[in-house]
Every structure is written in structure tokens, then in C-alpha cells.
Design a protein around this ligand. Structure first.
Ligand code: MF3
Ligand code: CO
Length: 251
């Protein structure tokens, strides 16, 4: 069941989304070769706590996810667990995936950032993840269907030579982190649930330079590309309105 949100509820999700953006900004500002992913998660926790929010990823799932943020390096695509042993190195790309809860409502966004100087290939991959997001975003209008978003993301990525991860999808969000509908990054135009006013969804292209196949790490969380080629992720929480889609995870 897709739970449509009222204007009041959308405003609460937007407030949570502003916090998500502030967290991402603080984490980005802290990036430097030598910092651990644990320290970056601590940067996030300070911002979340100062705002009176919480991190619903903490304790989520089985085994319970331990931290507020997911931090994934290079070929890791999602759900990397912050650790003192994971140290950022020059030339890597790092993905922060952040969910915040404020006043009972949640928002979710992810970005991939460079660590120091990165190769043109990694930069192009990151740019393509963002551009694939905008391709999907532009289809998020009343009367279209979820498949229109999915197909736009897939077309953008694949026509630029990237593969699309299929095991993970975007999703609805609200009081829960994952609500209906799923928003896959591949699909066919005109298929899937119809987009309606008040639908709040996360559009989150996850793309890779190599093949699309992933493996699950021994920690039962970290998802990485099987061929170890780099991957990138770009996500925002958006709302479908009569005036078109709006981003809720911005400053
Ligand atoms: N944004 C991530 C997702 O939708 C957040 C996961 S939190 C975790 O999958 F606890 F599952 F890691
Ligand atoms: Co998400």
C-alpha cells in the first residue's frame, strides 16, 4: 500500500531532509586521506544529535546495522559499515548514505565523493550517477508510472556505458525507512504504480563501471561489485506534486 503524504507530513519529511543534507555536507567537509570511516560516522552523529534527530539505521535489520551512516569505498556500492580500520586513501571514491529521523519522519540521501585526486574515469562514473538521478527525477510527475523513472535511469546509465545494480532499489519513505513502492533503477516505461500527488520516494541510481553483479560481504551488510570495478550512488528523497517533483533532501 502506498501511503500518500499530506502537506504537513511533507513539511516534516523536508525538515528531516534538511538534516540529511547538513549531515552529508559535514561529512564531505571532513573527507581527507587518512581519516577513518568510523570518524566520518562520528561527524554525522554530532550533527544528528545537535539537531535533536536520530539515525534509524542504528539497529536496523539482522544482524543489526551498527551505525547511523553507511560508508562504502570504491567497488563497494552500498551498506559499508563504518570502522576504525577503514582508512580513506587518495584516489578512492567514497559513498555516504544517510537516513535521518526527525519528529517521527524520515528522509534518505546518498552521494559519492572523491578522496583527493581521482581518475577521470571515476569522476565520469560519479557524474553519470548524478545525471541518471536527474533523468529519473524529470519523469516523476503525476500521470507517469514508476517504470518511467526506472527506464529513464537505466537508459541514461546504460547509454553512457555503465551497468545498473538490480539487487537494490529506491523506495517510498515516510514514518518508515522503506515503504511502498519499490523504485528500481531499471524497467519499462508505462509499467508499475501510477505516480500521484503526495507520493514521497527515494530515487537512487546505483551504477558501476564494470558488470552489474554484486556480492555480499562476510559482515552480511557490505554489498560490493563482483568484478571490483568502482561504483557510484546518488540519491535524494523527492515528493510528487501538481507542479512537478521537488527534492526534500536539500538545504
Ligand atoms: N539508505 C539505505 C537503504 O535504503 C539505508 C540503509 S540503513 C541500513 O538501504 F541499516 F540498512 F544500513
Ligand atoms: Co534509500
Amino acid at each position: 500500500m502506498i501511503r500518500l503524504k499530506s502537506q504537513d507530513e511533507i513539511n516534516k519529511i523536508r525538515a528531516a531532509g534538511r538534516l540529511v543534507k547538513a549531515v552529508l555536507d559535514a561529512m564531505q567537509a571532513a573527507i581527507h586521506p587518512g581519516i577513518s570511516t568510523y570518524e566520518l560516522d562520528q561527524v554525522a552523529m554530532k550533527v544528528i544529535e545537535a539537531a535533536g534527530g536520530s539515525g534509524p539505521c542504528i539497529g536496523y535489520g539482522d544482524p543489526p546495522f551498527p551505525t547511523a551512516t553507511c560508508i562504502s569505498l570504491d567497488e563497494e556500492i552500498v551498506h559499508g559499515i563504518p570502522s576504525e580500520n577503514r582508512i580513506l586513501r587518495n584516489g578512492q571514491i567514497v559513498t555516504f548514505d544517510v537516513v535521518c529521523e526527525l519528529d517521527g519522519w524520515m528522509a534518505d540521501a546518498a552521494r559519492t565523493f572523491p578522496v583527493g585526486e581521482i581518475s577521470p574515469e571515476k569522476q565520469a562514473l560519479m557524474d553519470a550517477a548524478e545525471a541518471a538521478f536527474w533523468a529519473g527525477f524529470s519523469q516523476a510527475k503525476i500521470g507517469n508510472r514508476v517504470g518511467d523513472i526506472s527506464a529513464a535511469v537505466q537508459n541514461y546509465a546504460e547509454s553512457h556505458g555503465y551497468s545498473v545494480i538490480r539487487e537494490l532499489t529506491g523506495h517510498g519513505i515516510g514514518r518508515e525507512m522503506h515503504e511502498a513502492p519499490d523504485v528500481p533503477n531499471y524497467g519499462r516505461p508505462g509499467r508499475g504504480p501510477r505516480l500521484q500527488e503526495g507520493m514521497v520516494i527515494c530515487i537512487e541510481p546505483m551504477i558501476a563501471k564494470g558488470e552489474r553483479y554484486v556480492t555480499l560481504g562476510e559482515d552480511q551488510w557490505t554489498v560490493a561489485m563482483r568484478d571490483h570495478e568502482p561504483s557510484a550512488h546518488y540519491e535524494n528523497t523527492i515528493v510528487v506534486t501538481a507542479d512537478g517533483p521537488q527534492i526534500l533532501t536539500q538545504g
